[in-house]
Write a protein that binds this ligand. Structure first.
Ligand SMILES: Nc1ncnc2c1ncn2[C@@H]1O[C@H](COP(=O)(O)OP(=O)(O)O)[C@@H](O)[C@H]1O
Ligand SMILES: [Mg+2]
Length: 353
């Protein structure tokens, strides 16, 4: 019986490629077009080097499959296509009878969905990698641009030099942004001290109400019995400010934010291979805005996911990183009636210090 596998191939829900014996891409499925953001025509015939990945993992996996291992799987690899980052995936390379290699990518959003619903540590981890990669990728061309502008300035009239100084100034601004993104990647938990979360919430609320959230009504439902959590009050303040800012931005013509705290001694987090941890302190930030767009709801904690023109998409990613650094978790519920972010944090424990 002969049978065409073409429809199955095209319908595979994850990116798949066939790599020929000279390490060029021979076949591409639909999901691969989506993942690489390139058409089949642009990808077919291209050398494997068009993929960029940490330590050239994609190339290595295919070479290993070609030369002996037959089937190779590498986990959590940052993958780029044509010099642009495209996501994190598990990479699987399998040698076919023809000598070609079947290359499958399992994007992390599928592979780790369960893990992620518990905690967004992975998002934070990918920010760190992404930050380092971005900084590296941007710095060199930027130095070239401002160097060229300086050289050019020497040959120009005074009026025209204004333009080259715009180039230099803007290049400097990008450089500073890169530094900030990079510092974000390196940021650790900082000083760990007992933190009264009501003080932090109060500070964040007052700062918000005096500035970007002056058009918002606030209400508070606080549980006064909550013991201190452990961490950095400045960083937790940053978390709340980011959540309040998003809520305020989602409700430009006014709306309401409810800040709620609760103490739930029964709440425990268990991560595979770790002792379960008690996370009894709950903070909730709820708005009655239009909700998070369903198209990004699964990825809101991922870096660079934003629906705003001029948005960085780093706010929630920073939230998830700081909360994870504090040993806590954050989750999000959203529908057309509003959005709620819930933080669960551990209690300060003198004996553990
Ligand atoms: N409270 C909210 N209501 C509606 N959408 C939200 C809310 N919070 C976050 N979002 C959505 O999540 C995206 C990512 O948020 P964030 O990581 O802070 O990045 P940015 O604010 O720079 O876009 C936003 O662009 C927005 O679409
Ligand atoms: Mg934001």
């Amino acid at each position: 019986m002969t049978r065409s596998f073409e429809p199955i191939w095209l319908a595979l829900p994850f990116p798949a490629f066939v790599v020929d014996v000279s390490s060029r891409i021979a076949e591409v499925n639909d999901a691969a077009e989506g993942f690489c953001m390139a058409s089949k025509r642009q990808m077919k015939g291209e050398p494997l080097e068009k993929f960029s990945s940490e330590g050239s993992a994609v190339l290595d996996a295919v070479h290993q499959a070609q030369n002996g291992m037959r089937s190779v799987v590498l986990h959590d690899i940052k993958i780029g296509w044509g010099g642009k980052p495209r996501g994190v995936a598990n990479v699987q390379a399998t040698r076919l009878a023809s000598g070609e290699v079947l290359l499958l990518l399992h994007p992390r959003s599928i592979a780790d969905k369960m893990d992620r619903s518990l905690s967004h540590r992975n998002a934070a981890r990918s920010v760190v990698g992404m930050a380092a990669m971005l900084a590296h990728e941007i710095r060199n061309p930027l130095a070239g641009i401002s160097g060229a502008a300086q050289l050019l300035a020497g040959t120009l009239s005074v009026e025209d030099r204004e333009l080259t100084s715009v180039i230099e100034d803007e290049a400097k601004r990008i450089g500073e942004l890169v530094n900030r993104v990079e510092a974000f990647g390196e940021m650790g938990p900082g000083v760990v001290e007992p933190v009264n979360i009501h003080d932090v919430i109060d500070r964040a609320k007052r700062a918000a109400a005096a500035g970007f959230a002056s058009h918002i009504r606030f209400s508070e439902v606080f549980d006064p019995s909550i013991p201190p959590t452990a961490g950095s009050s400045d960083q937790l303040m940053q978390v709340l400010l980011n959540l309040l800012k998003n809520a305020a931005e989602a409700m430009p013509s006014g709306g309401a934010i409810t800040l709620k705290t609760a103490f739930r001694p029964g709440v425990k987090l268990s991560l595979p291979g770790k002792r379960s941890q008690s996370l009894p302190i709950e903070i909730s930030v709820k708005d009655n805005g239009p909700g998070i767009s369903p198209s990004i709801l699964d990825d809101v904690f991922e870096p660079f996911v934003s629906t705003k023109s001029g948005g960085t998409g780093l706010g929630l990613s920073l939230v998830s990183k700081i909360v994870a650094d504090h040993g806590g978790v954050v989750d999000c519920k959203s529908d057309s009636g509003g959005t709620e972010f819930r933080l669960l944090l551990p209690v300060w424990n003198e004996r553990k210090r």
